[in-house]
Ligand binder design. Structure first.
Ligand code: PEP
Ligand code: MN
Length: 363
Protein backbone atom coordinates (compact mmCIF):
# COMPACT_ATOMS: atom_id res chain seq x y z
CA UNK A 1 0.00 0.00 0.00
CA UNK A 2 1.32 3.45 -0.81
CA UNK A 3 2.32 5.43 2.26
CA UNK A 4 0.82 8.66 1.04
CA UNK A 5 -1.77 9.18 -1.63
CA UNK A 6 -4.13 12.10 -1.62
CA UNK A 7 -7.67 10.91 -1.70
CA UNK A 8 -10.71 13.09 -2.04
CA UNK A 9 -13.07 12.59 0.85
CA UNK A 10 -15.50 9.81 -0.02
CA UNK A 11 -18.55 11.87 0.91
CA UNK A 12 -17.51 14.48 -1.67
CA UNK A 13 -17.44 12.20 -4.71
CA UNK A 14 -20.86 13.45 -5.81
CA UNK A 15 -22.52 10.06 -5.26
CA UNK A 16 -25.26 10.23 -2.63
CA UNK A 17 -25.25 7.49 0.03
CA UNK A 18 -25.96 7.05 3.72
CA UNK A 19 -23.19 5.66 5.96
CA UNK A 20 -22.32 2.77 3.63
CA UNK A 21 -22.17 2.87 -0.17
CA UNK A 22 -23.94 -0.03 -1.87
CA UNK A 23 -22.95 -1.12 -5.37
CA UNK A 24 -25.23 -3.79 -6.80
CA UNK A 25 -26.02 -5.33 -10.16
CA UNK A 26 -25.28 -8.33 -12.32
CA UNK A 27 -21.88 -9.91 -12.75
CA UNK A 28 -22.24 -9.33 -16.51
CA UNK A 29 -24.41 -7.28 -18.80
CA UNK A 30 -26.11 -9.94 -20.91
CA UNK A 31 -28.92 -8.11 -22.68
CA UNK A 32 -30.70 -4.78 -22.55
CA UNK A 33 -33.73 -6.46 -21.01
CA UNK A 34 -31.74 -8.35 -18.34
CA UNK A 35 -30.04 -5.13 -17.22
CA UNK A 36 -33.21 -3.07 -17.19
CA UNK A 37 -35.22 -5.70 -15.33
CA UNK A 38 -32.44 -6.15 -12.75
CA UNK A 39 -32.25 -2.38 -12.24
CA UNK A 40 -36.05 -2.09 -11.91
CA UNK A 41 -35.99 -5.00 -9.47
CA UNK A 42 -33.59 -2.94 -7.36
CA UNK A 43 -35.72 0.21 -7.50
CA UNK A 44 -36.49 1.33 -3.97
CA UNK A 45 -33.66 -0.80 -2.49
CA UNK A 46 -30.52 0.66 -0.99
CA UNK A 47 -28.43 0.89 -4.17
CA UNK A 48 -26.13 3.83 -4.72
CA UNK A 49 -24.32 2.59 -7.84
CA UNK A 50 -25.45 0.03 -10.44
CA UNK A 51 -22.76 -2.41 -11.60
CA UNK A 52 -22.39 -4.73 -14.61
CA UNK A 53 -19.35 -6.25 -16.29
CA UNK A 54 -19.15 -5.37 -19.98
CA UNK A 55 -15.82 -7.05 -20.76
CA UNK A 56 -15.37 -10.18 -18.68
CA UNK A 57 -11.92 -11.51 -17.83
CA UNK A 58 -12.52 -15.26 -17.69
CA UNK A 59 -10.03 -17.76 -16.40
CA UNK A 60 -10.53 -20.05 -19.39
CA UNK A 61 -11.33 -19.28 -23.02
CA UNK A 62 -14.67 -20.27 -24.39
CA UNK A 63 -16.65 -18.91 -21.42
CA UNK A 64 -18.91 -15.89 -21.88
CA UNK A 65 -16.55 -12.96 -22.30
CA UNK A 66 -19.05 -10.13 -22.08
CA UNK A 67 -21.19 -8.28 -24.60
CA UNK A 68 -18.60 -5.54 -25.19
CA UNK A 69 -19.14 -1.82 -25.90
CA UNK A 70 -22.73 -2.27 -26.98
CA UNK A 71 -23.64 -3.02 -23.35
CA UNK A 72 -22.42 0.37 -22.13
CA UNK A 73 -25.55 2.19 -23.24
CA UNK A 74 -27.77 -0.55 -21.77
CA UNK A 75 -26.01 -0.04 -18.47
CA UNK A 76 -26.31 3.72 -18.63
CA UNK A 77 -30.03 3.48 -19.50
CA UNK A 78 -30.65 1.00 -16.69
CA UNK A 79 -28.94 3.38 -14.25
CA UNK A 80 -31.03 6.28 -15.53
CA UNK A 81 -34.20 4.22 -15.10
CA UNK A 82 -33.59 4.08 -11.34
CA UNK A 83 -31.64 7.31 -11.15
CA UNK A 84 -28.30 5.97 -9.93
CA UNK A 85 -24.77 6.25 -11.36
CA UNK A 86 -23.24 3.20 -13.02
CA UNK A 87 -19.93 1.35 -12.91
CA UNK A 88 -18.05 -1.27 -14.90
CA UNK A 89 -14.64 -2.93 -15.05
CA UNK A 90 -11.90 -1.54 -17.27
CA UNK A 91 -8.74 -3.44 -18.16
CA UNK A 92 -7.33 -1.59 -21.18
CA UNK A 93 -7.02 2.02 -22.45
CA UNK A 94 -9.69 1.19 -25.06
CA UNK A 95 -12.12 0.18 -22.30
CA UNK A 96 -11.44 3.48 -20.52
CA UNK A 97 -12.03 5.46 -23.69
CA UNK A 98 -15.31 3.67 -24.46
CA UNK A 99 -16.54 4.11 -20.89
CA UNK A 100 -15.78 7.81 -20.78
CA UNK A 101 -17.52 8.29 -24.14
CA UNK A 102 -20.58 6.44 -22.83
CA UNK A 103 -20.67 8.49 -19.60
CA UNK A 104 -19.97 5.61 -17.20
CA UNK A 105 -19.76 7.30 -13.79
CA UNK A 106 -17.40 5.06 -11.82
CA UNK A 107 -14.73 2.63 -13.08
CA UNK A 108 -13.21 -0.37 -11.38
CA UNK A 109 -10.04 -2.30 -12.05
CA UNK A 110 -10.48 -6.06 -11.72
CA UNK A 111 -8.42 -8.46 -9.64
CA UNK A 112 -6.65 -10.01 -12.62
CA UNK A 113 -5.64 -6.59 -13.94
CA UNK A 114 -4.32 -5.38 -10.56
CA UNK A 115 -1.79 -8.21 -10.65
CA UNK A 116 -0.23 -6.74 -13.80
CA UNK A 117 1.60 -3.40 -13.41
CA UNK A 118 1.88 -2.93 -17.20
CA UNK A 119 -1.89 -3.18 -17.58
CA UNK A 120 -2.56 -0.91 -14.59
CA UNK A 121 -0.13 1.68 -15.92
CA UNK A 122 -1.79 1.61 -19.35
CA UNK A 123 -5.21 2.16 -17.73
CA UNK A 124 -3.79 4.91 -15.51
CA UNK A 125 -2.24 6.69 -18.51
CA UNK A 126 -5.60 6.63 -20.26
CA UNK A 127 -7.15 8.27 -17.18
CA UNK A 128 -4.76 11.22 -17.02
CA UNK A 129 -6.71 14.44 -16.47
CA UNK A 130 -10.02 12.66 -15.95
CA UNK A 131 -12.06 13.28 -12.79
CA UNK A 132 -13.83 9.95 -12.38
CA UNK A 133 -13.91 7.71 -9.28
CA UNK A 134 -11.80 4.57 -9.70
CA UNK A 135 -12.05 1.51 -7.44
CA UNK A 136 -9.20 -0.96 -7.40
CA UNK A 137 -9.87 -4.59 -6.55
CA UNK A 138 -7.16 -6.46 -4.69
CA UNK A 139 -4.90 -8.61 -6.88
CA UNK A 140 -5.89 -12.28 -6.98
CA UNK A 141 -2.75 -13.19 -5.02
CA UNK A 142 -2.43 -11.99 -1.42
CA UNK A 143 0.07 -9.22 -2.14
CA UNK A 144 -0.69 -5.92 -0.45
CA UNK A 145 2.18 -4.12 -2.20
CA UNK A 146 0.81 -4.93 -5.65
CA UNK A 147 -2.57 -3.57 -4.56
CA UNK A 148 -0.93 -0.42 -3.22
CA UNK A 149 1.19 -0.09 -6.35
CA UNK A 150 -1.94 0.02 -8.52
CA UNK A 151 -3.48 2.73 -6.33
CA UNK A 152 -0.24 4.68 -6.47
CA UNK A 153 -0.15 4.54 -10.28
CA UNK A 154 -3.64 6.06 -10.35
CA UNK A 155 -2.69 8.66 -7.75
CA UNK A 156 0.29 9.68 -9.89
CA UNK A 157 -1.88 10.48 -12.90
CA UNK A 158 -4.10 12.65 -10.70
CA UNK A 159 -7.06 10.38 -9.87
CA UNK A 160 -8.26 11.69 -6.51
CA UNK A 161 -11.50 9.77 -6.10
CA UNK A 162 -9.83 6.49 -5.27
CA UNK A 163 -11.18 3.48 -3.45
CA UNK A 164 -10.24 -0.17 -2.89
CA UNK A 165 -12.35 -3.31 -3.16
CA UNK A 166 -11.60 -6.41 -1.12
CA UNK A 167 -12.71 -9.42 -3.20
CA UNK A 168 -10.70 -12.14 -1.51
CA UNK A 169 -7.52 -13.94 -2.55
CA UNK A 170 -6.93 -17.04 -4.57
CA UNK A 171 -4.86 -19.57 -2.64
CA UNK A 172 -4.13 -23.22 -3.09
CA UNK A 173 -5.90 -24.16 0.14
CA UNK A 174 -9.24 -25.90 -0.03
CA UNK A 175 -11.94 -23.80 1.60
CA UNK A 176 -15.63 -23.05 1.64
CA UNK A 177 -14.79 -19.70 0.02
CA UNK A 178 -14.09 -19.18 -3.66
CA UNK A 179 -11.46 -16.63 -2.61
CA UNK A 180 -10.07 -16.48 0.92
CA UNK A 181 -11.04 -13.28 2.75
CA UNK A 182 -7.70 -12.97 4.67
CA UNK A 183 -9.18 -9.92 6.44
CA UNK A 184 -5.84 -8.80 7.84
CA UNK A 185 -4.79 -7.63 4.35
CA UNK A 186 -7.61 -5.12 3.74
CA UNK A 187 -7.32 -4.07 7.39
CA UNK A 188 -3.62 -3.40 6.93
CA UNK A 189 -4.43 -1.46 3.75
CA UNK A 190 -6.91 0.65 5.71
CA UNK A 191 -4.41 1.11 8.49
CA UNK A 192 -1.77 2.38 6.07
CA UNK A 193 -4.27 4.72 4.40
CA UNK A 194 -7.08 5.60 6.78
CA UNK A 195 -8.78 7.90 4.28
CA UNK A 196 -8.96 5.20 1.56
CA UNK A 197 -12.56 4.04 1.16
CA UNK A 198 -12.59 0.25 1.50
CA UNK A 199 -15.34 -1.79 -0.13
CA UNK A 200 -16.04 -5.47 0.33
CA UNK A 201 -17.21 -7.69 -2.53
CA UNK A 202 -18.74 -10.69 -0.73
CA UNK A 203 -19.91 -12.19 -4.04
CA UNK A 204 -16.42 -12.97 -5.32
CA UNK A 205 -15.16 -13.95 -1.88
CA UNK A 206 -17.96 -16.47 -1.36
CA UNK A 207 -18.69 -17.81 -4.83
CA UNK A 208 -21.93 -19.04 -3.29
CA UNK A 209 -24.92 -16.97 -2.28
CA UNK A 210 -25.50 -18.83 1.00
CA UNK A 211 -22.31 -17.44 2.51
CA UNK A 212 -22.84 -13.82 1.47
CA UNK A 213 -24.55 -12.51 4.58
CA UNK A 214 -21.86 -13.50 7.07
CA UNK A 215 -19.10 -11.98 4.93
CA UNK A 216 -21.10 -8.78 4.34
CA UNK A 217 -21.81 -8.49 8.08
CA UNK A 218 -18.18 -9.11 8.91
CA UNK A 219 -17.23 -6.24 6.59
CA UNK A 220 -19.68 -4.00 8.45
CA UNK A 221 -18.25 -5.11 11.80
CA UNK A 222 -14.80 -4.15 10.50
CA UNK A 223 -16.10 -0.70 9.44
CA UNK A 224 -15.82 -1.13 5.68
CA UNK A 225 -17.16 1.86 3.75
CA UNK A 226 -19.13 0.02 1.10
CA UNK A 227 -20.33 -3.26 -0.34
CA UNK A 228 -20.39 -4.54 -3.90
CA UNK A 229 -22.89 -7.35 -4.42
CA UNK A 230 -23.88 -9.22 -7.56
CA UNK A 231 -27.62 -9.15 -8.24
CA UNK A 232 -29.33 -10.68 -11.27
CA UNK A 233 -33.00 -10.71 -12.18
CA UNK A 234 -32.72 -14.48 -12.77
CA UNK A 235 -29.48 -15.87 -11.27
CA UNK A 236 -30.17 -19.41 -12.51
CA UNK A 237 -29.88 -18.24 -16.12
CA UNK A 238 -26.85 -15.98 -15.55
CA UNK A 239 -24.05 -16.39 -18.11
CA UNK A 240 -21.37 -15.88 -15.44
CA UNK A 241 -21.12 -16.41 -11.67
CA UNK A 242 -24.60 -17.90 -11.49
CA UNK A 243 -24.18 -19.49 -8.03
CA UNK A 244 -23.16 -16.32 -6.24
CA UNK A 245 -25.73 -13.87 -7.62
CA UNK A 246 -28.74 -12.78 -5.62
CA UNK A 247 -32.21 -12.01 -6.88
CA UNK A 248 -33.32 -8.45 -6.08
CA UNK A 249 -35.51 -9.97 -3.32
CA UNK A 250 -32.52 -11.88 -1.93
CA UNK A 251 -30.52 -8.66 -1.95
CA UNK A 252 -33.25 -6.84 0.00
CA UNK A 253 -33.42 -9.70 2.50
CA UNK A 254 -29.68 -9.59 3.02
CA UNK A 255 -29.71 -5.83 3.50
CA UNK A 256 -32.60 -5.94 5.94
CA UNK A 257 -30.63 -8.32 8.20
CA UNK A 258 -27.41 -6.33 7.90
CA UNK A 259 -26.39 -4.35 10.96
CA UNK A 260 -24.39 -1.26 10.14
CA UNK A 261 -21.96 -0.49 12.92
CA UNK A 262 -20.68 2.82 14.25
CA UNK A 263 -17.28 3.43 15.74
CA UNK A 264 -18.34 4.85 19.10
CA UNK A 265 -21.28 5.56 21.36
CA UNK A 266 -22.19 8.07 24.05
CA UNK A 267 -23.62 5.34 26.29
CA UNK A 268 -22.12 5.48 29.79
CA UNK A 269 -23.08 1.89 30.48
CA UNK A 270 -21.13 0.66 27.42
CA UNK A 271 -18.09 2.73 28.39
CA UNK A 272 -18.11 1.44 31.96
CA UNK A 273 -18.12 -2.23 30.93
CA UNK A 274 -15.55 -1.77 28.22
CA UNK A 275 -13.25 0.21 30.50
CA UNK A 276 -12.90 -2.57 33.09
CA UNK A 277 -12.39 -5.27 30.47
CA UNK A 278 -9.86 -3.20 28.57
CA UNK A 279 -7.85 -2.56 31.72
CA UNK A 280 -7.71 -6.30 32.24
CA UNK A 281 -6.62 -6.82 28.64
CA UNK A 282 -3.86 -4.23 28.98
CA UNK A 283 -2.63 -6.02 32.05
CA UNK A 284 -2.69 -9.42 30.31
CA UNK A 285 -0.87 -7.97 27.29
CA UNK A 286 1.82 -6.74 29.64
CA UNK A 287 2.20 -10.23 31.09
CA UNK A 288 2.32 -11.74 27.60
CA UNK A 289 5.17 -9.42 26.68
CA UNK A 290 7.09 -10.21 29.83
CA UNK A 291 6.73 -13.94 29.18
CA UNK A 292 7.82 -13.55 25.56
CA UNK A 293 10.86 -11.57 26.63
CA UNK A 294 11.81 -14.32 29.11
CA UNK A 295 11.25 -16.98 26.50
CA UNK A 296 13.51 -15.23 24.00
CA UNK A 297 16.20 -14.75 26.60
CA UNK A 298 16.20 -18.52 27.19
CA UNK A 299 16.46 -19.14 23.45
CA UNK A 300 19.47 -16.88 23.38
CA UNK A 301 21.13 -18.93 26.16
CA UNK A 302 20.42 -22.16 24.31
CA UNK A 303 22.12 -20.71 21.21
CA UNK A 304 25.47 -20.56 23.08
CA UNK A 305 25.29 -24.26 23.90
CA UNK A 306 24.33 -25.18 20.36
CA UNK A 307 27.26 -23.12 19.14
CA UNK A 308 29.75 -24.81 21.46
CA UNK A 309 28.73 -28.27 20.26
CA UNK A 310 28.19 -27.38 16.58
CA UNK A 311 24.55 -28.32 16.84
CA UNK A 312 22.08 -27.03 14.22
CA UNK A 313 19.83 -24.19 15.35
CA UNK A 314 16.78 -25.83 13.88
CA UNK A 315 15.81 -29.04 15.64
CA UNK A 316 12.97 -30.48 13.54
CA UNK A 317 11.89 -33.21 15.98
CA UNK A 318 11.72 -30.84 18.92
CA UNK A 319 9.80 -28.29 16.80
CA UNK A 320 7.25 -30.89 15.62
CA UNK A 321 6.72 -32.17 19.13
CA UNK A 322 6.38 -28.79 20.87
CA UNK A 323 4.21 -27.31 18.09
CA UNK A 324 1.83 -30.25 18.40
CA UNK A 325 1.56 -30.10 22.16
CA UNK A 326 1.16 -26.28 22.06
CA UNK A 327 -1.88 -26.63 19.78
CA UNK A 328 -3.31 -29.46 21.88
CA UNK A 329 -2.84 -27.68 25.19
CA UNK A 330 -4.19 -24.39 23.81
CA UNK A 331 -7.31 -26.05 22.46
CA UNK A 332 -7.82 -27.77 25.80
CA UNK A 333 -7.67 -24.41 27.57
CA UNK A 334 -10.25 -22.58 25.50
CA UNK A 335 -12.39 -23.08 22.45
CA UNK A 336 -11.58 -19.48 21.56
CA UNK A 337 -8.07 -20.61 20.66
CA UNK A 338 -8.50 -22.02 17.17
CA UNK A 339 -6.15 -24.65 15.78
CA UNK A 340 -5.08 -22.34 12.95
CA UNK A 341 -4.34 -19.45 15.29
CA UNK A 342 -2.35 -21.62 17.68
CA UNK A 343 -0.33 -23.24 14.92
CA UNK A 344 0.48 -19.91 13.27
CA UNK A 345 1.34 -18.23 16.54
CA UNK A 346 3.69 -21.02 17.56
CA UNK A 347 5.39 -20.94 14.19
CA UNK A 348 5.78 -17.17 14.43
CA UNK A 349 7.34 -17.35 17.90
CA UNK A 350 9.60 -20.20 16.84
CA UNK A 351 10.81 -18.31 13.77
CA UNK A 352 11.65 -15.30 15.91
CA UNK A 353 13.45 -17.55 18.36
CA UNK A 354 15.57 -18.92 15.51
CA UNK A 355 16.32 -15.36 14.41
CA UNK A 356 17.52 -14.50 17.92
CA UNK A 357 19.74 -17.60 17.98
CA UNK A 358 21.10 -16.77 14.53
CA UNK A 359 22.11 -13.38 15.90
CA UNK A 360 24.16 -15.05 18.62
CA UNK A 361 25.96 -17.16 16.05
CA UNK A 362 26.80 -14.27 13.78
CA UNK A 363 28.06 -12.01 16.60
C1 PEP B 1 -16.46 -8.99 -11.25
O1 PEP B 1 -16.62 -8.10 -10.41
O2 PEP B 1 -17.39 -9.46 -11.92
C2 PEP B 1 -15.11 -9.58 -11.40
C3 PEP B 1 -14.71 -10.14 -12.53
O3 PEP B 1 -14.44 -9.52 -10.28
P1 PEP B 1 -12.91 -9.88 -9.90
O4 PEP B 1 -12.05 -8.96 -10.70
O5 PEP B 1 -12.93 -9.56 -8.45
O6 PEP B 1 -12.71 -11.32 -10.19
MN1 MN C 1 -18.62 -11.87 -11.20
Amino acid sequence: MPKKISIKRFSEWGIPFENVMFIAGPCSAESEEQLLQTALGLKGSAVNVLRAGIWKPRTRPGSFEGVGSEGLKWLKNAGNAINVPVTTEVATPEHVEECLKAGIDVLWIGARTTTNPFAVQAVADALKGVDVPVLVKNPINPDIELWGGALERLDRVGIKKLGAIHRGFSTYEKSKFRNQPIWRIPLEAKHRNPQLPMFCDPSHICGNRDLLFSVAQNAMDLLFDGLMLEVHIDPASALSDSKQQLTPEGYNRLLSKLKIKKISTESEDFRKHIKTLRLEIDNLDHQLLELLAKRMSNSRKIAFHKMNYDISLFQPDRFEETAKSWVKEGQGLSQDLSEEFLARLYQFIHEESLRVQEEVLSD
